[in-house]
Design a binder for this molecule. Structure first.
Ligand SMILES: NC(=O)C1=CN([C@@H]2O[C@H](COP(=O)(O)OP(=O)(O)OC[C@H]3O[C@@H](n4cnc5c(N)ncnc54)[C@H](O)[C@@H]3O)[C@@H](O)[C@H]2O)C=CC1
Ligand SMILES: O=C(O)[C@H]1O[C@H](OP(=O)(O)OP(=O)(O)OC[C@H]2O[C@@H](n3ccc(=O)[nH]c3=O)[C@H](O)[C@@H]2O)[C@H](O)[C@@H](O)[C@@H]1O
Length: 471
């Protein structure tokens, strides 16, 4: 539904998670959006009305706003654009510093197409502090039409989470804008319906009860760029903190779930991002903590807290292997099944997914690994073809004759497993709940050993209505 007082022409460069989220959001707010990608297969899919990623609600949002969306590999729409978003990837380079090649190539392509009117170039990719200035210099050097008064660079970092991208885009906590005042005015106009929340919510993603509107943070390019890194680093720290405490809980007989509930009730701490388990995966927390450390290194400034958060995170993956070894003694010839391959539920993104690491480690120890995921298996077939594992045809296949099943990703599907049916098909009834996700007691009639992170005693489910803690 068109509500923007002034519909603008927007070009979005990069049609990954952030580019598609941005394009869908802006079209929904009433703007005319052209999405550009250098990957011809993605553009062909989008032109056919298919969405190349699994993100709940996205396909409907793009379809509902199709009249305001077009997809191309041709940069010429930049000429007419009021606002140009850079949403390309910034993967980590070999030393942990973000590889800016895609940002540089996008900025160079923009430069050759800049118009003569006032245009705002927005960096939505997560980029090292100073990249906004760098992009401006690139435009100045390469754009025949460049004018410092007309072509203004803004940093507008993205805070969406995969799996809940629409919710996060439509109902954000804050919009962060860094740059010159004139450019920020344009951004405020662009986002006006979002800031005032006077758009009609899409059917898939209703406005949450009690939500009013986002805060706006207007700042400099550098501070906006830093806010993004610092936010991700802090969330990553919180998770690693919970995991570090979980390890001690196991040793002293405390229960991490009760401990995080207890500390989270303090409003200064809060409950979110204290879920202990396998630790974080995905394309951003690892990359962005490393990115900050490498920025510190450039300034000869150590960042030991971040390094510790990273070390703890990767230790968690080994913790799970050790739990398994403790129970099975050796993994040689043992059949271990992983439930969940995506780095988190509701996405098919496999980047830095803990399952990848686990498959490698378990295979190295001689286990036969089988893996299941409700949506990411077709993608894994291409992206993980180098790994030694058997894709599970279904859950029956994953459980049959398994010596252990590890819950790696807390998909809802795994909350409601038919334990009655599945457990008896296993060779050993060992479930490692690496996400502490099983909330309901397992079937009372069956015996299963369930190991959860941060809970020292296996829960032994023995008889009707009795959950007894052994050891
Ligand atoms: N994935 C996420 O949840 C979030 C990502 N971010 C940041 O946003 C940026 C983008 O991330 P994703 O969307 O995950 O990346 P992605 O890797 O899914 O998508 C990037 C897209 O850019 C395209 N591309 C690369 N160079 C191009 C060029 N010169 N011209 C046109 N298209 C080009 C690629 O073909 C690809 O489709 C990264 O900096 C990331 O750190 C920020 C918040 C959330
Ligand atoms: O910059 C980014 O790319 C994004 O990174 C994260 O979003 P995302 O990686 O999509 O997903 P999260 O929900 O943050 O989960 C990241 C990882 O942490 C794990 N996690 C999360 C929360 C928790 O309490 N414990 C925990 O182990 C998840 O399982 C997952 O593997 C941030 O939450 C977003 O705000 C940010 O925009």
């Amino acid at each position: 539904m068109t509500l923007a007082a002034q519909a603008m022409n927007v070009t979005v460069i990069g049609t990954g998670y952030v580019g598609l989220g941005t394009a869908g959001l802006l079209a929904h707010l009433g703007h005319q959006v052209t999405g550009i990608d250098i990957a011809p297969d993605k553009i062909a899919q989008l032109q056919r009305g298919e969405v190349p990623i699994h993100e709940p609600g996205l396909s409907d949002l793009l379809a509902e706003n199709a009249e305001r969306l077009s997809w191309t590999s041709d940069y010429s729409s930049v000429k007419e654009a009021d606002v140009i978003f850079i949403c390309v990837g910034t993967p980590p380079g070999p030393d942990g510093a973000p590889d800016l090649r895609y940002v540089i190539s996008a900025a160079s392509s923009i430069a050759h197409q800049l118009g003569e009117q006032c245009q705002v170039i927005v960096n939505k990719s997560t980029v090292p502090i100073g990249t906004g200035d760098y992009v401006e210099r690139l435009l100045e050097e390469l754009a025949p039409n460049f004018s410092a008064a007309q072509h203004l660079v803004v940093s507008n970092p993205e805070f969406l989470r995969e799996g809940t991208a629409l919710h996060d885009s439509l109902y954000p906590d804050r919009i962060v804008l860094g740059g010159a005042a004139k450019a920020l005015e344009t951004m405020i106009q662009l986002y006006a319906p979002l800031l005032e929340q006077n758009f009609t919510p899409p059917a898939s993603t209703p406005r949450p009860e009690g939500y009013t509107r986002p805060a706006t943070v207007k700042t400099t390019l550098q501070s906006a760029e830093m806010i993004k890194y610092a936010a991700n680093a802090f969330l990553a720290l919180k998770i690693s903190f919970a995991n570090e405490i979980a390890g001690l809980c196991e040793r002293v007989g405390a229960d991490i779930e009760e401990v995080t509930t207890g500390i989270g009730l303090d409003e200064r701490i809060g409950h979110r991002f204290l879920q202990a388990g396998l630790g974080w995966g995905g394309s951003c927390f690892g990359k962005d903590t490393q990115g900050l450390i490498s920025a510190g290194r450039e300034h000869n400034y150590a960042m030991p807290i971040l390094q510790a958060a990273i070390d703890i995170n990767y230790r968690q993956r080994q913790v799970i292997v050790e739990k398994l070894l403790r129970q099975l003694k050796t993994l040689k010839g043992k059949r271990v099944s992983l439930l969940g391959m995506a780095f988190k539920p509701n996405t098919d993104d496999l980047r830095d997914a803990p399952a990848h690491d686990l498959i490698e480690r378990l295979h190295r120890l001689g286990a036969h690994v089988t893996a299941h995921d409700p949506v990411a298996m077709p993608r894994a077939e291409h992206e993980w073809s180098h790994l030694s594992y058997t894709p599970a045809r279904d859950l029956d296949h994953a459980f049959a004759r398994a010596d252990a099943v590890i819950i790696v990703t807390e998909w809802d599907d795994y909350q409601h497993l038919d334990w009655n049916k599945l457990l008896p098909t296993m060779r050993r009834r060992l479930i490692i709940d690496a996400r502490n996700t099983i909330r309901q007691p397992l079937d009372h009639m069956l015996q299963a050993t369930v190991k959860q992170v941060g809970r020292s005693a296996p829960i032994f489910i023995q008889s009707v209505q009795t959950v007894s803690i052994v050891k």
